[in-house]
Write a protein that binds this ligand. Structure first.
Ligand code: HEM
Ligand code: HEM
Length: 229
């Protein structure tokens, strides 16, 4: 990626460059927050039955953050294709990332939409929705791995410039707004999760299913903690 091209000594003075720089910093900062949240979400998947409350909570927290990511990247897309000089100079993403980006957006949407849809069905009859949730996850995971590998360095460097004390190279305006947008999406996500968690009670209050017989004579020891087929 063209970090040096955009954030070279003189480029920030060029008209409009601040907008593209600020947009990239915002996109990167949201990416870092998403990376942390998705890591925790990934851990819950390993024992989804036991950690279902956390799984649903983090999943709901993700929604406004993902919406912000969609918004910032859509804005860059529009500015680029309407020939804004700063965004044209910033350039498109690298080829593989560029062509997988629409799929990443579609499958992220599908993953979150099917997750929310699961809250409307009972655990005993999830029908095709659970299958769709898992299938979209499988495809999404591959796309996400490519995305993270392609962007991790830029994500750390760019977001660091806005968030790390005394690291704000080139000082594009709007640092406070960018930070504010990330914080507000996190707060809205937490509020959404707190508000919607009660309707997930058929999933969260479900007893963990056990089967088999224990050596001590207790019922149940083989915990079915995953519903992969
Ligand atoms: C649900 C998760 C995510 C979605 C839907 C998403 C979506 C996108 C899209 C559509 C783009 C523009 C195309 C591109 O440059 O590849 C983008 C850019 C970017 N993403 Fe993500 N992303 C997600 C998570 C992440 C994560 C976890 C990171 C951290 C490594 C990250 C870091 C970045 C960076 C650094 C850019 C480029 C910013 C720029 O230079 O303008 N993203 N993202
Ligand atoms: C709105 C957010 C989300 C909600 C409400 C939600 C809800 C659920 C529910 C109710 C289950 C069924 C658990 C069971 O079978 O006992 C599930 C499973 C699963 N979820 Fe989510 N989810 C959300 C987001 C996500 C995200 C963001 C990911 C991936 C990063 C994900 C990946 C999975 C996977 C892989 C399973 C199957 C786990 C297994 O059976 O082993 N979900 N989710």
């Amino acid at each position: 990626m063209a970090l040096t091209r955009i954030w070279g000594k003189d480029s920030m003075r060029e008209q409009g460059a601040e907008g593209a720089d600020g947009n990239a910093r915002l996109t990167a900062a949201v990416g870092v927050v998403l990376l942390v949240a998705l890591f925790v979400e990934g851990i819950t998947i390993l024992q989804v039955r036991q950690l279902i409350t956390l799984h649903i909570f983090i999943g709901l927290v993700l929604i406004p953050l993902v919406a912000l990511k969609f918004a910032s990247t859509f804005y860059r897309f529009i500015r680029y294709y309407t020939n804004n000089p700063a965004y044209v100079r910033h350039g498109p993403p690298a080829s593989l990332l560029r062509w997988t980006a629409p799929l990443l957006i579609i499958f992220t949407g599908a993953l979150l939409a099917t997750g929310v849809a699961l809250l409307a069905v009972t655990p005993s009859r999830p029908g095709l929705i659970l299958f769709a949730h898992k299938a979209s996850f499988a495809i999404w995971f591959v796309l996400m791995a490519v995305h993270v590998l392609g962007h991790i360095k830029d994500a750390v460097v760019l977001s660091g410039w806005d968030w790390w004390p005394r690291a704000d190279r080139a000082r594009p305006r709007g640092k406070g707004q960018r930070r504010g947008l990330v914080v507000v999406s996190l707060v809205v996500g937490f509020a959404l999760a707190v508000a919607l968690l009660p309707i997930a009670s058929p999933w969260t209050s479900r007893p963990i299913r056990h089967s088999g017989a224990s050596q001590l004579g207790h019922p149940a020891v083989t915990i079915r903690d995953s519903s992969w087929p």
